[in-house]
Design a protein. Structure first.
Length: 612
């Protein structure tokens, strides 16, 4: 959470920073600020609200500078307000700092500083850390770099910090632990960002900074050090990302664009891996651990949010195809629970961003206990990808809408391929079934396009149901995680209360909610549980609930029991969630839009949850 941008070089810094912040707004959008260093001191402009609001508010101000830092905030310590917006300035006014993360021992540090006469102008942990750094610099009569190093050794928590100093007009000092930091290397200039999007049109050469590293960044010099003051050679990587991938491309919202990209993103995910003719699945990051996975007595899926739903779907798939015991864990619970982890256990960490703090810490905990960590991650080079022993990227491209859509179908595609590969090696699947499923998986992109061709129908349903107060989503088996995902999408985008439930479990409580006002969405595609689900539909209908169903094309029985249907093409039940989730993504999107919500940036949320 929180987006950070920095620039030092010959160009005007302000436009680069503002454009970069707009691209990082998915990380937080409570308040915005910039600090500009023009050789005559540091100027700070900041404001509650979105980047565009700051832009409007500072028209006409002196924004000329060749060095600057900028921040878009997701509030942790202190409400969203002008005073809590970053950058913060030190007591002397000479230093300005932005921060992404949480300083857990800030109150202890704050008390120490208060006893020394410091006065604070915000409620943030960031201002505390900044003044702590300034106090060390003053007391030890040392350089800013040295003061930061000393301060960070006392800090408990997570951070990326960027500082500018009025006495050092060309330099930005950055440090990282637990939150992402990318440095773009240009000709005589450097760019800094929470991800690479702010620097895309200027350079394709980037350095991913690691935990416990500091960067001293000048226009023509990048010095990387560890906290022990030893120099590290920056490892420059080439970005494989085009500008078009992070733009809306004619769609009203990123979320809609990303929903509509799914035929292509799933195709990209399968391409070069799945060969339905040869009957092969090529995944080198899995192949190297295949023996251990085959022999594993259990696999633990660790994730949060939508990625957790993908993990739950994978539990059904792995247990069915591979006959390996699978547990699905919320990363935030797993990491604090002192879980039983044995050497050789397989942990599959699922994450779109690859930066989710709880997932990252969970895998580090498991790794320390001897588990093998496989990452199913979307963002290339992200912290979870780098912390994993092996795994596979989802190749869905940048997902900018806060609600996860194409990442989910990508995760399902990757997890299904892994399960099929392991089942084949293990011999727990017949050859016929294996070949059949390869073909079914291969046809998913085309079938996704078919589903998306019916988006207008779902838009009409959204108009019809948008005023409902609550929604219930029900599914069984492979479609139970889809019910959870459909409910999550609706609540986060439209703010309508929605619950996902196993369809049969509904009788044990939620059925009490059913009346003639409650839309009940059944994920009712044809599978082994279909008849049971039809009975559940009857139960809802008998209580006058409004049944809306996602059904397989040609399923007249389910259609006759439903007030409205959303149709998907026939496919095997194992790969069905990749299709059945799409109408639910569209329904949530269109209801959110119909209610006038900001679907790409729903309130209180951030795309990448880098705090615990
Ligand atoms: O980046 P991750 O996949 O690790 O993120 C996990 C969740 O924060 C994320 O799925 C969140 O629940 C989304 N807002 C869901 O749409």
């Amino acid at each position: 959470m929180c987006g950070i941008v920095g620039y030092t070089g010959p160009r005007e810094a302000y436009p680069i920073i503002i454009k970069g912040l707009k691209r990082l707004e998915y990380r937080g959008y409570d308040s915005t600020g910039v600090a500009l260093q023009n050789g005559q001191g540091v100027k700070v402009y900041k404001k509650k609200g979105r980047v565009a609001e700051l832009e409007d508010a500072i028209v006409g101000k002196d924004l000329h500078a060749h060095v600057g830092i900028g921040h878009t905030r997701w509030a942790t310590h202190g409400e969203p307000s002008d005073r809590n917006a970053h950058p913060h300035q030190s007591s002397s006014g000479k230093l300005a700092m932005i921060h992404n993360g949480i300083i857990e021992n800030y109150s202890q540090l704050k008390n120490e500083l208060i006893s020394k006469g410091y006065v604070f102008h915000s409620d943030t942990d960031t201002e505390v850390l900044l003044n702590f750094i300034e106090e060390i610099k003053k007391n030890n009569n040392c350089s800013l770099e040295e003061a930061i190093r000393i301060a960070l050794k006392r800090v408990v928590g997570a951070y990326v910090i960027l500082l500018v100093d009025a006495d050092d007009p060309n330099t930005i000092i950055a440090a990282r632990k637990g939150s992402p930091l990318v440095i773009g290397v240009g000709k005589g200039e450097h760019f800094l960002g929470s991800d690479a999007s702010p620097m895309l049109e200027y350079t394709k050469e980037v350095v991913y900074v690691n935990d416990y590293e500091m960067a001293i960044v000048k226009p023509d010099e990048l010095i990387l050090k560890n906290l022990g003051n030893e120099k590290i050679t920056p490892y420059i990587q080439k970005l494989d990302l085009e500008l078009a991938a992070i733009e809306k491309g004619g769609y009203d919202h990123f979320m809609l664009k990303e929903i509509f990209e799914q035929p292509q993103t799933v195709y990209d995910c399968l391409r070069g891996r799945l060969d339905p003719v040869a009957g092969t699945i090529t995944m080198s990051g899995i192949q190297q651990y295949a023996d251990q996975i085959v022999k594993a007595s259990r696999i633990v899926m660790v994730a949060c949010g939508t990625s957790w739903h993908a993990g739950l779907a994978a539990e059904y798939i792995f247990e069915e195809l591979c006959r390996i015991n699978v547990e699905v864990e919320y990363a935030s619970e797993f990491r604090y629970r002192n879980p039983v982890i044995n050497k050789g256990d397989i942990i599959i960490a699922i994450s779109q961003s690859g930066e989710t703090a709880d997932t990252l810490v969970a895998i580090e905990t498991a790794k320390a206990k001897g588990a093998i960590i496989l990452g199913v991650v979307n963002v290339v080079g992200s912290s979870i990808a780098r912390a994993s022993h092996g795994g596979a990227y989802t190749h869905a491209g940048p997902e900018i809408g806060v609600a996860s859509t194409k990442a989910f179908t990508g995760q399902l595609a990757v997890l299904t391929m892994i399960a099929l590969k392991i089942a084949y090696i293990k011999g727990s699947i017949s050859n016929d079934r294996y070949m059949h499923l390869l073909n079914e998986l291969n046809e998913i992109p085309e079938k996704l396009a078919w589903v998306l061709n019916h988006a207008d129908h779902i838009k009409k349903l959204a108009e019809k149901y948008k005023d409902a107060r609550d929604f219930l989503y029900l599914g069984r088996g492979y479609n139970f995680p889809v019910a959870l995902e459909g409910a999550l999408k609706l609540k986060e985008i439209s703010y309508i209360h929605a619950e996902g439930y196993p369809a049969a479990e509904m009788k044990h409580g939620p059925i009490a909610l059913v009346d003639e006002t409650l839309p009940v969405v059944f994920i009712a595609t044809k599978d082994a549980y279909h008849e049971k689900l039809i009975s559940n539909m009857q139960e809802i209908k008998a209580r006058k609930g409004r049944v809306i169903s996602v059904i397989t094309e040609g399923d007249e029985m389910a259609k006759s029991l439903s007030e409205d249907v959303m149709i998907v093409p026939e496919t095997d039940e194992i790969v069905a969630p990749m299709l059945s989730v799409v109408p639910l993504q569209l329904l949530a999107y269109y209801i959110g839009v119909a209610k006038g919500q900001d679907v790409d940036k729903p309130r209180n949320l951030a795309k990448s949850v880098t705090v615990e």
